[in-house]
Design a protein around this ligand. Structure first.
Ligand SMILES: *Cc1c(COP(=O)(O)O)cnc(C)c1O
Length: 231
């Protein structure tokens, strides 16, 4: 692995190549740098190299980092991409810009109620279980339309439903990766066809971002390819 700066540049080149191969504008894909388990100083280094959106999985760890990087707060966005329990929604509503892992109406209701009125609306994605395993979090595809309708009826000045997110089964097979991403893309297109103004398809990580971009991802969540292995 190189430095965080050179890794970031390589990831940006991978995204640009993948976009070019599918005839997409390289600016149509947002890079979310996943900084979980890495210290605040690594985030600072990535920020200095041009990253401005960071993904975290664990609420306590993220809050400590957000605090340590308070001087940068206005210039970067914090995204929660890990599971969210209902007893943790308040600090998340108060400290984050995005939550990608909403999979129940109750969580969305609490986030909307707890989002401070002086902040912009919290942007959220619904997490979908695209591989149908019981152990995984995420709403089942069949229950997605009802959940999306209920969430989008919550007060828009507190909560904005922006799109969908999934964590597919890891596989090295590019075609299998694409099939899983394609499933999420189909669900996204169906909700949009029904009139929901979604603009964010959060899919693709270090190992499968090319497949995700080919299937229409607008936001890739990349950790190890930027910060190194989490050991
Ligand atoms: C850790 C994590 C990532 C980043 O994974 P890498 O393989 O390190 O790129 C992306 N999304 C979610 C939900 C994660 O938990």
């Amino acid at each position: 692995m190189g430095s965080i700066g050179s890794n970031l540049q390589e990831v940006r080149q991978r995204i640009a190549r993948a976009c070019a191969e599918s005839g997409r504008d390289a600016n149509s894909v947002t890079l979310l740098a996943v900084s979980k388990t890495f210290p605040a100083e690594a985030v600072r280094e990535a920020f200095a190299a041009g990253a401005c959106a960071f993904g975290e999985n664990y609420v306590q760890e993220a809050l400590a980092k957000i605090d340590a990087l308070a001087d940068l707060r206005a210039r970067l966005a914090w995204h929660l991409i890990g599971p969210l329990q209902s007893n943790k929604t308040r600090p998340v509503a108060e400290a984050f810009d995005w939550v990608h892992t909403v999979d129940r109406l109750k969580i969305a209701e609490r986030l909307a109620a707890q989002r401070p009125a002086d902040l912009p609306p919290l942007d959220i994605c619904l997490q979908v279980n695209v591989c149908g395993e019981d152990s995984k979090s995420g709403v089942a595809p069949g229950e997605l339309p009802a959940l999306a309708a209920a969430v989008s009826a919550l007060p828009h000045e507190r909560l904005r439903l922006r799109g969908l997110m999934a964590i597919p089964e890891p596989t090295a097979d590019l075609q299998a990766q694409r099939r899983q991403h394609h499933r999420l893309r189909d669900l996204f297109d169906a909700l949009r066809a029904n009139g929901l103004p979604l603009d964010t398809l959060s899919m693709g990580m270090s190992a499968d971002l090319e497949a995700a971009v080919a299937e229409g991802s607008t936001l890739v969540r990349v950790g190890s390819a930027i910060f190194g292995s989490r050991g």
